[in-house]
Design a protein around this ligand. Structure first.
Ligand code: GAP
Length: 452
């Protein structure tokens, strides 16, 4: 009997593994590592490796499936990162999208005035309890770039700080071309950029990240209902991707913490090793964005109700998921260090199969079996992301798959030729079962696609 091997073992009942262990496992196994690592990295930028990109793509595909494909009332788009600069004047980002910042006169480091606990890292503090900090100044978080080749014709522009503004500027075109009627939503997944003063906690707060956002346009009389509907939908999504119920919660914003565009907001928080933190926001943006873009562009974005002839500007309920933060929550939630009988520790990523980067590993016991193992591998690859590994001790190969969260290992042995069967090992229980080759696909399908 293996201690803690029960597959119903829930992450809320075990402590989360420390962040430094997760960060080093992510680098060592190719999930996520520092951008431009050979140059010493660049603060606030991260690269996803072969396993990280699969995890992230699985998450984005599940989001797209739930938010776009399954819904006749939501359409998806994909827009440019650089928008007309007037967009950001209209949206309020030029004037309002800033954090208060202070500098330490002694060590020259910069901190967010509202996160002065960070100043614990300030070297001027060593040996003294005093900080020599400047007055707080507002620092705009948008990353600026120049477009155009000739010196006199260059124009400043911004890398978008949120993906949603083009869902507002494209509102009329998308509604008319897709023949949608209010209420309906527009969704997209894409990169956003913020010049964060203090990027930290691995991929939690970075300067380049991905958002999965949906703007739902409704009649003013229905805004409260839709806000509540989307709040519940989005919380459920995080349960459905396998995050432990005990580590997710909704947290409504106090009126003094609302963003400049929001009338009401509720976060989905996850309990990270560094505390409860937001992974998604659901916002009632009212008619702020459409009204502002009407004012700045001169193009009317209000609607006329066909039946009543009432003219109104739709209200917007927004759902905004941080893709990287949700990946981090999935990684934290999955990582387990299990003590085996005899005292050994087994590191296991207990991902739900639907988010697991690799679904199946094919492991021939000997290189002499590689021909038949390659055939099985090629067959399974038609459907799933498969990892093939024929070198080294089988126990160590299993452990490597446990560490990256592969739900099933298929072992090809010397009997396979004769009995046309393989051994399938399950990650959480480590139970092994002999499965006929002609039923392997159905066996894995039943287990991998369950509940998806
Ligand atoms: N359009 C609304 C909007 O952008 P937000 O609360 O500023 O709202 C939404 O951001 C989500 O984007 C957050 O819940 C978070 O998951 C993610 N996010 C924001 N800033 C981030 C950063 N610097 N690094 C990683 N993710 C970030």
């Amino acid at each position: 009997m293996v201690a803690g091997s029960d597959s119903s073992f829930s992450s809320a009942t075990r402590p989360l593994v420390a962040m430094d262990k997760l960060v080093s496992l992510c680098a060592a196994r190719g999930f996520i590592f520092a951008s431009s690592e050979i140059y010493g990295g660049i603060n606030g930028f991260w690269d996803y490796g072969p396993l990280g990109v699969e995890l992230k793509n699985n998450l984005k595909a599940l989001w797209w499936q739930r938010m776009v494909r399954e819904r006749p009332d939501v359409v998806g788009i994909d827009t440019s990162i650089v928008a007309h600069p007037r967009t950001w004047e209209a949206s309020g980002h030029v004037d309002n999208f800033s954090d208060p910042m202070v500098d330490c006169r002694a060590c020259k480091k910069r901190f967010r005035a509202d996160q002065l606990d960070d100043a614990g890292k300030c070297s001027s503090r060593e040996g003294s309890s005093e900080h020599d900090l400047t007055e707080a100044k507002n620092f705009n978080l948008m990353l600026e770039t120049q477009i155009g080749a000739s010196a006199d014709a260059t124009q400043s522009a911004y890398l978008r700080p949120e993906t949603c503004q083009s869902l507002f500027t494209g509102f009329k075109r998308v509604r008319e071309s897709s023949r949608q009627k209010i209420p309906f939503g527009i969704a997209q997944v894409g990169k956003a950029f913020r010049n964060e003063i203090t990027p930290r906690n691995f991929i939690f707060r970075s300067r380049e990240f991905e958002q999965a956002e949906m703007e739902f346009f409704c009649h003013p009389s229905e805004r409260d209902e839709w806000f509540e509907y989307w709040r519940a939908q989005r919380l459920q999504f995080h349960r459905d991707i396998g995050l432990n119920e005990g580590r997710i919660r909704n947290r409504p914003h106090e009126s003094d913490e609302l963003a400049h565009y929001a009338n009401a907001a509720v976060d989905v928080d996850y309990e990270f090793p560094f505390g409860w933190q937001e992974i998604e926001g659901v916002h009632d943006r009212g008619d702020w964005d459409l009204s502002q873009h009407t004012k700045f562009s001169g193009k009317e974005l209000a609607m006329t109700d066909e039946a009543t002839k009432e003219k109104y500007t739709p209200m917007v309920i927004e759902t905004s998921m941080g893709v990287d933060r949700t990946c981090l929550a999935l990684l934290c939630d999955a990582l387990d260090e299990e003590t085996l009988e005899g005292g050994d520790t087994r590191t296991v990523m207990r991902f739900a199969p639907k988010v697991a980067p690799v679904k199946v590993a094919v492991l021939p016991l000997s290189k002499k079996l590689s021909e038949s193992a390659h055939k099985i591998d090629a067959e399974l690859r038609k459907r799933w992301n498969v990892f093939y590994d024929e070198s080294g001790n089988i126990g160590r190969r299993y452990r490597r798959q446990d560490e990256v969260g592969t739900p099933y290992c298929v072992t090809v042995d010397f009997e396979t030729e004769d009995d046309k069967k393989v051994t399938v090992r399950e990650r959480d229980t480590m139970d092994q079962e002999r499965v006929p080759l002609d039923g392997l696909d159905a066996y894995l399908h039943e287990r991998l696609e369950a509940g998806s």
